[in-house]
Design a protein around this ligand. Sequence first.
Ligand code: NAD
Length: 520
Amino acid sequence: LQSAGAAAAPQQSYPTSHARIASPRDTQNFLNNAFVASSATQWIDLHDPATNNLVTRVPQSTDAELVAAVDSAEKAFKSWSATSLLARQQIMFKYVHLIRENWDRLAASITLEQGKTFADARGDVLRGLQVAETACGITTQMTGEVLEVAKDMETRSYREPLGVVSAICPFNFPAMIPLWCIPIATVTGNTIVVKPSERDPGACMILAELAAQAGFPPGVINVVHGSAKTVDFIIDEPRIKAISFVGSNKAGEYIYTRGSANGKRVQANLGAKNHAAVLPDCNKNHALNAIAGAAFGAAGQRCMALSTLVMIGETKDWVPELAERAKGIKMDGGFEEGADLGPVISPQSKQRIEDLIASAEEEGATILLDGRGQKPEKYPNGNWVGPTIIANVKPHMKCYKEEIFGPVLVCLNVDTIDEAIELINANEYGNGTAIFTRSGSTATRFQKEVEAGQIGINVPIPVPLPMFSFTGNKKSIAGGGASTFYGKPGLQFYTQQKTVTSLWRSEDAVATKASVNMPT
Ligand code: NAD
């Protein structure tokens, strides 16, 4: 058992290369502000996606460890929820400061375990950090409402925390997604059990350590590990009141359905197929650069990756030029100077992506740029797929219907903006979409008529900043988007309202008969 206090003292060194780790250490649970070695009998090997060297073993936390995490969170809730908002805010200020101080260390962990380039991993941390920074404004965000109903009567409503909540995270943003949840959940007075992705929990473990250093009391933030078994525990444990999930439709729809049936609040952000509509009047250079960056950045493993291009009219002739820009993207180990594109998460993922490219070929599309079989010289054993562009795609093709989640851009041709809108709206996903045009009226029409939840106008990845909310829709979010992450809806998700009506009469009541009717 290693206390977080002890872990906090000397700043641990962090990886700056993909070199083989001589003796990989097992990932631990984080309970009651202490790193606790797991007694697991099942372990998940975690490999560096650039080399496939073993980085750590992640436990399938045991039943006793899972219960211990909820015990610790439940115990902490009593005093944490009674801690003044100003005191919680002070801890959040410190937390934000520590995350910023450990920015590179967090990013390095992400590059090692997830594969994205170091520069991109820094962005992963920053976008989470911004949620934590915004949560520092809790003292003005959590104010309630008071109405003087009559001279001697008032009604006030305010928000209270729910209790123990939980976050189940995906592999593609190992710092950002835990930080979509931890700051808002805790600053509002809840305690939390986090289950990071079993494929890259390292950043979340650092975030837990920093939380202890920042002054979060023991039990406020706990981290457990594993896959479906841990998820089932979270869904069924009655003391967990709410679940935040981000990940695939397969897991998320299951978690939403079963979690809701158990009476829990569930917010669940799911998969995507984001379209970019390109008009001939756009700033061509800007559009091509933006599209190449948004399609291939993070190896296409972003839920807001711009994976589908809708070329309107003559812009279909621009695709070869786009391919030239894609060829300029440097695929390499994420720690290497000048690397633009890292590996995909696993050999299975690489195989799936390659199979989808092959299916496009079989269905009659054109592989204009083929990333299969490419690898950087220094990293022959990584999970590499180079930038791939598939042209002449039709909506019935598998490569269009499925989320590829790799550095693959599928291109469809239409003649008019009406056709583009119709195509985008017919797609079952609705996370994000972008339009590239110089016409304000066309952009406005697109904005009004298109059904995706997050729209970029000449902006390729329109992820809202934390003072707004992440507003995907359709199949990209469970429950019809009733609950979205961060921003005002995020705060509402982690709190419940209490409404108090009070009557203070200055004179004594004179009536001697009870009134049994509803007041009219
Ligand atoms: P995933 O669904 O495989 O895993 C997410 C979490 O669910 C993990 O913690 C995992 O352990 C758990 N899980 C996986 N399978 C499960 C099962 N059968 N039963 C119970 N739990 C299970 O997702 P991923 O591959 O880690 O992440 C990629 C997906 O996440 C993509 O579809 C991407 O679009 C989506 N995503 C969406 C958003 C968004 O905001 N909409 C953001 C990031 C990622």
